[in-house]
Design a binder for this molecule. Structure first.
Ligand code: ADP
Length: 198
């Protein structure tokens, strides 16, 4: 890092945000596999698009096919996975976008690091909270069954920990609320807080 100096350029975040007429932000969805992160993020992005917002959805499964294809599920690899995603989300908000990030992101410290690199005022932590039993019953991808059979190691909730957020901006209990209602609450949170008046 010693010989690397930060360049300053003439076009700023404020310019890019103004052109898009929006306040850039990151909606960070965390929770167990199968909790409902992707389902809700997908609905939120559709609603924001319909409102003329400029968005991008970063999803765990997709990122692991490209940007993080070299990483596995050890603690160290999970940390690196979230570090890269947070940096990408930070760049995308700098570009003026509203970013939806749907990642299990099981460790508090990595979510905190994401908040720091993105900027606390732009980072909304959304805890998609489904009890393990509910997520496991859904078993959308059949992964819990595999983990229980020992075919997958280090599976969050089974043999790898999940550290729940202590003070998230929003908690969504997906066993008690429809995805549509949850998505509406996320949009309310964003627009209420962003205060950009349109
Ligand atoms: P994740 O991204 O957290 O791994 P997914 O969104 O891929 O989870 O899967 C969640 C599954 O749970 C989907 O099949 C979805 O249809 C189902 N589901 C049932 N009820 C809800 C709810 N209230 N909110 C979100 N998803 C729900």
């Amino acid at each position: 890092m010693n010989n690397i100096h930060q360049q300053t350029f003439s076009v700023t975040l404020a310019d890019r945000a103004a052109m898009k007429q929006q306040t850039p932000a990151v909606l960070w969805f965390t929770g167990l596999s199968g909790a409902g992160k992707s389902t809700i993020a997908n609905l939120v992005e559709q609603q924001l698009l319909a409102m003329g917002r400029h968005t991008y959805l970063l999803d765990g499964d997709n990122v692991r096919r490209g940007l993080c294809a070299d990483l596995g599920f050890s603690d160290a690899d999970r940390v690196e996975n979230i570090r890269r995603v947070a940096e990408v989300a930070a760049l995308m908000t700098d570009a003026g976008l509203i970013v939806l990030a749907a990642f299990i992101s099981p460790f508090k410290a990595e979510r905190e690091a994401a908040r720091q690199s993105i900027g606390a005022d732009r980072f909304f932590e959304i805890y998609v909270d489904a009890p393990l039993a509910v997520a496991e019953r859904r078993d959308v991808k059949g992964l819990y069954a595999k983990a229980r059979r020992g075919e997958i190691r280090h599976f969050t909730g089974i043999d790898s920990p999940y550290e729940a957020p202590e003070a998230p901006a929003l908690v969504i209990k997906t066993e008690h609320e429809t995805p549509e209602r949850s998505a509406a609450r996320v949009v309310e949170l964003l627009l209420g807080d962003a205060g950009d008046g349109w």
